[in-house]
Design a protein around this ligand. Structure first.
Ligand code: HEM
Length: 349
C-alpha cells in the first residue's frame, strides 16, 4: 500500500496539506443558506443534462425524416426512455430557473461590484449560452412547435440590424428551415454550447476561487458564531444535500409529469397558437406589445445594459449618491419579468 502511495506521490506531487489548503477556501457563513449558494444548483443540473443527454443521443437521429420518430421511439419503446427524456426536459427547466435565481441573488446582494465585474460578464455569457441550449434542445423534437418556434426565432433575428440576416442564415443553414437545419441545431445543442458552458463555468469558478465569495454585511449577525466555515467538508456537504433534494425533485417531476409529444412538424400548416418555451415568454410578450423593430432594438439595448450593469450601477451611484439604487431598479425589473411572463402564460394569443 505504501509503495502505491509513494508511486502516486512521485507522479502527482501534491501533499495532503497542500490539497487541504487548495480545497479549503474559507466560505462566508451566509452560504449556509441555500439561496445564497444557488450557483452550485445549475452546475449540478448541468452534469445531469450531460449524462441524460449522452444516453438520449444513443437513439436520437437528427434529420427531418427521422427526428420525430426517434423521439417517439425513446418515449414509447426504449427501456426507461420516457424517464430519461423527462429527466432531461425537467433538468433543463430547473437549470434555467436556477441560473435566473442565482443571477438575482448576485444582483440583489450587489456581488457584481468591484472586483467581481468580469465574473458578472462571464455570468451573462453563461445565461445566454444556457438559454440558447434550451432553445436548440426544444427544436430537436421536430414537433409543430419546434419547427414553427425556430422559424419565428429566425425571422426575429433577421430584424436585427447589420448582423441579423447572417445570424438567421447561420442558424437555419439557409434562408428558411431546410433539410440541414436540424443537424445544425443538434451540433449547437450537443457540442458547441455545452463545450462553451464548460469553458465559461471553469473561468467563472476560477475567478470565484481567486476572489473568494463576497462578504455580506450582516447587521443582525450573532457574533458568537464564526464568520466563516470550511469549503471541505462543510460546504461540500451542503451542496451534496441540495443535490440529493434536486435528484428526488427531478425524479418526481419526470414521473408525475413526463415529457409528451405534440403533432409532427408540418411546413404547410401554421399552428393556430405559436408559443416558445416559458423562458422566452417575456421576450415574446414584449414582441407582441411593440413593433418588431422596436422590440428587437430595445431587447438589444436591455441586453447591453445587463452586460455592462456593474459599470452602469457604479455611474448611477456616483451621479445620484444613492447606494441602493440598483435594488429599486431590480425590483421594477423583477416585476416586469414576472408580470410579462405570467401575462404570456395565461393568454391564448
Ligand atoms: C451555468 C450557470 C452558472 C453557474 C454554474 C454558476 C456558478 C456559480 C457558483 C458555484 C458561484 C459561487 C457562489 C454561489 O453559489 O452563489 C457563483 C458566483 C457568482 N456568479 Fe455564477 N454561475 C452561473 C451563472 C451566473 C450568471 C448568469 C451570473 C450573472 C450574470 C453569475 C454571476 C456570478 C457572480 C458575480 C458570482 C460571485 C458572487 C459572490 O462572490 O457572492 N453567475 N456562480
Amino acid at each position: 500500500m505504501n509503495q502505491i502511495g509513494d508511486w502516486l506521490a512521485e507522479r502527482i506531487p501534491v501533499s495532503g496539506v497542500q490539497l487541504h489548503e487548495l480545497t479549503n477556501e474559507p466560505v462566508p457563513r451566509h452560504l449556509k443558506r441555500w439561496w445564497f449558494c444557488l450557483g452550485g444548483t445549475p452546475a449540478y443540473l448541468f452534469v445531469v443534462q450531460i449524462f441524460t443527454g449522452i444516453l438520449l443521443a444513443f437513439y436520437y437521429q437528427p434529420a427531418p425524416e427521422t427526428a420525430y420518430e426517434s423521439v417517439r421511439y425513446i418515449t414509447e419503446q426504449a427501456a426507461f426512455g420516457w424517464f430519461l427524456r423527462g429527466l432531461h426536459k425537467w433538468g433543463a427547466t430547473l437549470m434555467i430557473a436556477a441560473v435566473i435565481l442565482h443571477q438575482m441573488r448576485v444582483y440583489f446582494t450587489a456581488a457584481y461590484r468591484r472586483p467581481r465585474e468580469l465574473n458578472w460578464v462571464i455570468g451573462m455569457c453563461l445565461l445566454l449560452a444556457t438559454l440558447l441550449t434550451g432553445f436548440t434542445g426544444y427544436s430537436l423534437v421536430f414537433e409543430q412547435l419546434s419547427y414553427w418556434g425556430a422559424t419565428v426565432a429566425a425571422n426575429i433575428s433577421d430584424a436585427v440590424p447589420l448582423v441579423g440576416n447572417t445570424a438567421k442564415q447561420l442558424l437555419l443553414a439557409g434562408d428558411a428551415y431546410n433539410a440541414r437545419t436540424l443537424s445544425r441545431f443538434y451540433v449547437l445543442h450537443a457540442a458547441v454550447l455545452p463545450a462553451t458552458i464548460i469553458l465559461l463555468v471553469g473561468v467563472h469558478i476560477a475567478l470565484i476561487r481567486l476572489h473568494g465569495v463576497s462578504e455580506l454585511p450582516e447587521a443582525d449577525a450573532d457574533d458568537e458564531q464564526p464568520r466563516h466555515f470550511n469549503f471541505f467538508p462543510d460546504h461540500l456537504l451542503t451542496e451534496l444535500s441540495i443535490g440529493l433534494v434536486l435528484m428526488i425533485l427531478l425524479s418526481a417531476l419526470a414521473t408525475i409529469l413526463p415529457a409528451t409529444m405534440g403533432p409532427r412538424a408540418d411546413a404547410l400548416t401554421t399552428p393556430e397558437v405559436i408559443k416558445p418555451e416559458w423562458f422566452f415568454y417575456v421576450s415574446f410578450r414584449w414582441l407582441k406589445l411593440f413593433s418588431l423593430t422596436f422590440a428587437v432594438l430595445s431587447t438589444g439595448f436591455i441586453l447591453a445594459a445587463m452586460f455592462l450593469w456593474p459599470w452602469i450601477d457604479w455611474a448611477l451611484r456616483r451621479l445620484t449618491g444613492w447606494e441602493d439604487i440598483s435594488v429599486y431598479i431590480g425590483i421594477v425589473a423583477t416585476f416586469l419579468l414576472v408580470g410579462l411572463t405570467v401575462w404570456e402564460a395565461i393568454v391564448a394569443h
